[in-house]
Design a protein around this ligand. Structure first.
Ligand SMILES: NC(=O)c1ccc[n+]([C@@H]2O[C@H](COP(=O)([O-])OP(=O)(O)OC[C@H]3O[C@@H](n4cnc5c(N)ncnc54)[C@H](O)[C@@H]3O)[C@@H](O)[C@H]2O)c1
Length: 498
């Protein structure tokens, strides 16, 4: 067998490996014999490099690729060749594309792994195709726009036994590890309430759909940017970067930042699927996310951990300037905005505050607990830890810190919160069946109307309110579309594995 063949057959996790292996949690098993630990170590020689394709490279993707430069970057795709020019220039050896479908047709079989940092609405369709072809995937947060897409990527990744990582880099950080170990050691006791917030959006939100059609720049493949979303006329408000504030392309402040802020609550309290959700916001419009949101998610009791009981818990999210109440006893002047927000855990014994990315966790009592280490210490970057996982044997692989087996269900929670914002017109607490991916208490005949245009103006010195709304939309149908989107022709997802 040639050297290349044997390297490929090792790196390729493929579908040939028997399906059904449950991905092990990212936890050191107490008393694990050191010989077993040794077996799990990287088996690929240092000079065995992955062949990586990058999709969406002009923004965050550029930073992700820099962390992957130990490997071969063989192909790059971006819809905006002006915005991404500096990244194309950095990797002159990589073939260039402006439509990932063409790149995949020509190069996916030559690749071991794919890095995805496009606008949120295209993550799922790109990742699903790569995974179904047996490729390892690094995908930026939020992993997907909808609950269904997150479930699909979770199941596909397990089926094809590929190494995956969502780009919530705080998951690999020292702060996150510390916060989780404190929680699991029972340092703050049982938690029944967690408040989280972000100072985002710092990009435009609360806008009406533009009515002006601008000329598409010659350097932009607008059709490819739209991807699976419904086609709309080009306007420079949407991309680059601002896509996050538009429902068709992004998930607003919650989708953008909850992956960095709610990871410690999700993992630390083993939240799983919520059963109820309620949301409100500033003015809700058809196309653009509102400027500020409040979302409440309720979780039923989960199985207790050895040192931590997990009773039912309410998790609250605030953004856009809304803030959670300050915990009693928090010193005046203490800024809860730690790198963009924080999460506050109300325990029966203490209160823990952890910043964005799990940064700088503290206990309100001022104690600094010394607890046993039960989590793996990650001493390389988030991206490099994924590369390590890619090179390990799928049967013994230690998953990355945000492997899709965890990131998928986590993002389902985030996507559900975002969907609830859009359903606030129902004026009810929504009941959620996580297994079925369905709201169970939306009345059959319920309808929803959403504001298209705010018609407020002063006419002859008098305020007039002449808002325009959509026709009433069947709420169940609308909700179902928020959970599983219809894709534009030319874009399909693989079947949901059993
Ligand atoms: N982990 C982090 O800290 C972090 C930070 C910023 C952004 N992000 C995430 O990264 C993703 C990109 O955000 P950004 O801020 O870099 O946005 P951006 O608009 O600055 O960059 C996205 C790039 O992808 C390109 N692109 C968009 N759709 C594409 C498609 N279908 N095919 C190929 N290229 C496409 C754009 O032209 C652009 O170059 C988002 O999901 C975002 O949430 C993560």
């Amino acid at each position: 067998m040639s050297k290349e063949m044997s390297r490929r057959s090792f790196l390729k996790t493929g579908t040939a490996v028997a399906a059904g292996l449950a991905v092990a949690p990212n936890i050191i098993i107490a008393g694990e014999p050191s010989s077993r630990k040794k077996d799990k170590k990287k088996k690929v020689a240092a000079n065995d490099k992955l062949n990586i394709l990058g999709v969406g490279i002009g923004g965050r993707g550029a930073a992700d690729l820099k962390e992957m430069e130990t490997e071969n970057i063989i192909g790059l795709c971006d819809v905006d060749w002006k915005y991404a020019a500096h990244v194309f220039d950095r990797y002159p050896q990589a073939k260039r594309y402006n439509d990932y479908r063409v790149m995949f047709d020509e190069m996916l079989d030559k690749a071991d792994a794919v890095m995805i940092a496009t606008a949120d609405h295209t993550h799922a369709v790109i990742a699903a195709q790569a995974i179904a072809a047996g490729k390892h995937v690094y995908c930026e947060k939020p992993l997907t726009l909808t609950v269904y897409e997150a479930r699909l990527l979770t199941k596909l990744a397990a089926k094809h036994k590929v190494a995956t990582q969502m780009g919530n880099q705080g998951a690999s950080s020292e702060g996150t590890r510390k916060a989780l170990e404190w929680l699991w050691n029972g340092e703050i006791g049982e938690v029944r309430r967690v408040d989280c917030f972000t100072d985002r959006p710092i990009w435009p939100q609360g806008l009406e759909r533009p009515t002006v059609e601008e000329k598409i720049p010659s350097t932009l493949n607008w059709d490819a940017f739209i991807g699976p979303a419904p086609m709309r006329p080009y306007n420079s408000i949407y991309t680059p970067w601002n896509f996050r504030g538009w429902w068709d392309f992004g998930t607003g402040a919650m989708g953008d930042m909850a992956c960095h802020i709610m990871h410690v609550p999700f993992k630390g309290l083993k939240l799983g699927y919520p059963t109820r959700v309620e949301a409100s916001s500033t003015k809700l419009l058809t196309d653009c996310c509102p400027s500020a949101e409040m979302i409440h998610l309720w979780f039923p009791a989960r199985d207790n951990m050895p040192k931590l009981a997990l009773p039912e818990v309410e998790v609250r999210w605030y953004d856009g300037g809304f803030m959670p109440e300050r915990p009693e006893g928090l010193p005046d002047g203490f800024n809860l905005n730690i790198s963009g927000g924080c999460s506050i855990f109300y325990g029966t014994k203490d209160i823990m505050i952890a910043g964005t990315y799990g940064r700088d966790p503290i206990l309100l009592s001022g104690r600094k607990p010394e607890v046993p280490h039960v989590l793996r210490e990650i001493t390389v970057s988030h991206q490099q830890d994924w590369i390590r996982a890619c090179k390990e044997d799928p049967e013994t692989r230690i998953p990355s810190a945000s492997d899709f087996c965890e990131a998928g269900p986590f993002v389902e929670m985030v996507d559900l919160g975002v969907a609830a914002v859009r359903l606030q017109g129902l004026n009810q607490i929504l009941e959620w069946d996580g297994n079925k991916m369905e709201f169970t208490n939306i009345p059959e005949a319920a309808t929803i109307k959403i504001m298209e245009k705010d018609g407020f103006k002063i006419t002859d010195g008098h305020p007039t309110f002449n808002n325009t709304y959509t026709d009433p939309i069947n709420a169940r149908q609308f909700a179902a579309n928020l959970i599983k989107r219809q894709y534009r022709e030319g874009y399909v997802l693989p079947e949901m594995p059993e």
